[in-house]
Design a protein around this ligand. Structure first.
Ligand code: PNW
Length: 464
C-alpha cells in the first residue's frame, strides 16, 4: 500500500467563473471573462459561462456530492464582481451572502474551505475604466477587495490563495491574447506580472497585520509550472531546460523567496522587466506561507542557437519565446490527454524536487492536477480508467518525491466537476464529476469513486 501521512490534505478544486453561471443574477456585474467570451471568435463555438454548471443555484447539491466523496478540503474562488461589482467601492451584500452560505454548507460536511481570491475574473469596470492589471493602482484595489473577503469570511476560512497562476494571466492574457483580456504584446506581460506580484504582496501584508493574528489562518499564492527535461545531456540543453523553468516558475517564485526576478530574465528581458522598489521588494519577499503549485504536464527543452528560430511555438510553452530561445518538444511515445498535454508523472516528481531544492524545502500544496478526457456516460455511469491511471501515477510520483524529502502537504484534483474550460469552452472535461450541460445533471465518474477510496484509506494499492 502507498500510504500518505495522517494529516495529508485531500481535496478538489474549481473556480468561480468556470462553474457558477448566474452571470447577472444576484447583483453580479461582468468580469473581463464575460466580455471576452461574448466577443465572437474568442472561445470554442463562441461558448460562454453565463450558465456554466449553474453552481450558484445548485451549490447545496454540489457540496453534498463532495461530502459523499469524503473530501477533506475544497478549493474554490470568489468572483470579485459578484461581491464588489465595480471592483472598487460598494460591496454587493447578495454576493457576500452566497459565499457565506457556501462556506457554511462546506463546514456542515466537515470540508475545509480553501479560497482563491483571484482566478482570472477581473471586474470588467476595472479593466475598461482603470486599465486593469496594467495600472499600478490595481494593487490597492486588490488589497481592498481581499480585505473585504478577510473581514467577511475569515472567521471561518483559514486558507487563502491570493492569485491563481499569474503566469497564465500575463502570458495567455497579455502576450498570446488567447485568454481575457486578449492582448498581444511583448512588453505588457512583464508589467502585468509585476503588478500581480505587487497586488499579492499588499493583500498578504494586509492579512498579516490586520487579520492573521486573530484569525490564525495561512495565506499564499498558486503558480503553475510544467516540467522541462533537457533533450540531451549537452550543457546547452541542460541550461535551456533550467532557463525555461526560471522563465516559467522563477519569474513569480523568485521574487517571493529571494526578492528579485531570476538573473537570466534580467539579462535577456532587459529594460522590459520592471524593477522592484525597495518597498515592494519588502512586501513581496517572504509573502507566501506555503508553495501552491498547479501542475499537469511537461516537455523536452533544447537550446536554440543564435540566428535560428524556435519551431512550432504554441501557447503554453512557458513564456515569451524570443526572450528565452528554448525549443520545446514532446517525446514521440508520450501519451496525450485531449488537451494534447503529455501524461508525464516522472516530470511531477522532478519538478517537486526542483522546487524543494531551489526554495529551501517549503511546504508545498499541489492545488491542481488532473486531466481532460473524452468522457461519455453509459447507462448512467462514466467509465474513465485513463483518469484514474493519471491520478494514481501522479500521486505515486508525489509519494516518491516525499520519500526524497519534499514537504508535500496536500493534493487537490482539478477538477471537482466538468466546467467551462476558458477559450476551449465546454469541449474539454477535467472533472471527476460528469456534468450534462443539457440537463445540468451531475454524475460522479469512476475516478471519483476511486478517489473516495484513496481518501478513506489515505493511500492506495499500487498496480501489480
Ligand atoms: C489551469 N497552459 O489553467 C487553471 O488554473 C484552470 O482554471 C484550468 O481549468 C486548468 O488549469 C486546466 O486548463 C491553465 O496553456 C490553462 O499552459 C492553460 C495553461 C496552463 C494552465
Amino acid at each position: 500500500m502507498i500510504k500518505f501521512p495522517d494529516n495529508f490534505l485531500w481535496g478538489t478544486a474549481t473556480s468561480s467563473h468556470q462553474i457558477e453561471g448566474a452571470a447577472t443574477q444576484g447583483g453580479r456585474a461582468w468580469s473581463i471573462w464575460d466580455a471576452h467570451a461574448h466577443t465572437p471568435g474568442r472561445t470554442h463555438n463562441n461558448e460562454n459561462a453565463d450558465i456554466a454548471c449553474d453552481h450558484y443555484n445548485r451549490y447545496k447539491e454540489d457540496v453534498k456530492l463532495m461530502g459523499d466523496l469524503g473530501l477533506k478540503a475544497y478549493r474554490f474562488s470568489i468572483s470579485w464582481s459578484r461581491i464588489q461589482p465595480d471592483g472598487q467601492g460598494k460591496p454587493n451584500p447578495e454576493g457576500i451572502h452566497f459565499y457565506n452560505n457556501l462556506i457554511d454548507e462546506l463546514l456542515k460536511y466537515g470540508i475545509t474551505p480553501w479560497i482563491t481570491l483571484y482566478h482570472w475574473d477581473l471586474p470588467l469596470a476595472l479593466h475598461t475604466e482603470k486599465d486593469g492589471w496594467l495600472n499600478p493602482d490595481i494593487a490597492d484595489y486588490f488589497e481592498a477587495y481581499a480585505e473585504l473577503c478577510f473581514s467577511n469570511f475569515g472567521d471561518r476560512v483559514k486558507h487563502w490563495i491570493t492569485l491563481n497562476e499569474p503566469w497564465v494571466v500575463s502570458i495567455l492574457g497579455y502576450a498570446e491574447g488567447v485568454f481575457a483580456p486578449g492582448r498581444k504584446s511583448r512588453e505588457e506581460p512583464y508589467i502585468v506580472a509585476h503588478n500581480l506580484l505587487r497586488a499579492h504582496g499588499k493583500a498578504v501584508a494586509n492579512y498579516r497585520t490586520k487579520y492573521q493574528p486573530s484569525q490564525k489562518g495561512v495565506i499564499g499564492i498558486t503558480n503553475n509550472c510544467d516540467w522541462r527535461e533537457p533533450l540531451t545531456d549537452e550543457a546547452s540543453d541542460v541550461e535551456a531546460a533550467q532557463r525555461s523553468l526560471e522563465f516559467f516558475l522563477g519569474w513569480f517564485a523568485d521574487p517571493i523567496y529571494f526578492g528579485d526576478y531570476p538573473a537570466v530574465m534580467r539579462e535577456r528581458v532587459g529594460d522590459r522587466l520592471p524593477e522592484f522598489s525597495e518597498e515592494d521588494r519588502e512586501l513581496i519577499k517572504g509573502s507566501s506561507d506555503f508553495f501552491g503549485l498547479n501542475h499537469y504536464t511537461g516537455l523536452y527543452a533544447s537550446d536554440v542557437p543564435p540566428g535560428e528560430e524556435v519551431q512550432n511555438a504554441v501557447y503554453g510553452n512557458g513564456g515569451i519565446f524570443e526572450d528565452q530561445y528554448v525549443q520545446l518538444t514532446a517525446g514521440p511515445e508520450w501519451k496525450l490527454t485531449t488537451m494534447n498535454w503529455a501524461i508525464l508523472p516522472w516530470g511531477c516528481k522532478k519538478l517537486l524536487e526542483w522546487i524543494s531544492e531551489r526554495y529551501d524545502n517549503p511546504p508545498i500544496y499541489i492545488t491542481e492536477n488532473g486531466c481532460a478526457l473524452d468522457d461519455k456516460p453509459e447507462d448512467g455511469k462514466v467509465h474513465d480508467p485513463v483518469r484514474k491511471d493519471y491520478l494514481q501515477s501522479y500521486l505515486t510520483a508525489c509519494h516518491q518525491a516525499m520519500e526524497q524529502g519534499v514537504d508535500l502537504k496536500g493534493y487537490f484534483v482539478w477538477s471537482f466537476m466538468d466546467n467551462f474550460e476558458w477559450a476551449l469552452g465546454y469541449s474539454k472535461r477535467f472533472g471527476i464529476t460528469y456534468v450534462d450541460y443539457e440537463t445540468l445533471e451531475r454524475i460522479p465518474k469512476e475516478s471519483a469513486l476511486w478517489f473516495k477510496d484513496v481518501i478513506s484509506n489515505n493511500g492506495f494499492e499500487p498496480d501489480k
